[in-house]
Design a protein. Structure first.
Length: 98
């Protein structure tokens, strides 16, 4: 019976560590800023209208805010999953040896 419970704790630990790793990797990814591009050549085009430039600047600030929010959220999730994984390992060890 103790072997089966130990295996279950080991599976929980593996799942938690995988989820922590996945969130840690997601925290490192960002949405790149928007740049106007030409339709045919793919080259960057400068906005000539000041309203468009102002909109793009605000939009890119919004993207930066999202990147910051997603990074913090994923880092917090990763820490939580790693703590849960360590707790699972400790529980597995304690159950096996006690």
């Amino acid at each position: 019976m103790s072997t089966a419970v130990t295996i279950v704790w080991a599976i929980f630990a593996a799942v938690f560590f995988y989820l922590g790793y996945a969130h840690w990797r997601n925290a490192q990814q960002t949405i790149r800023p928007y740049q106007m591009r030409g339709t045919d050549s793919g080259e960057e085009v400068q906005a000539t209208n000041p309203e468009v430039e102002e909109y793009l600047e605000g939009f890119n600030k919004y993207i930066d805010g999202l990147n910051d929010h997603f990074r913090k959220h994923n880092n917090a999730s990763a820490v939580g999953y790693f703590v849960a994984g360590i707790t699972s390992l400790i529980s597995m060890i304690l159950f096996f040896y006690l």
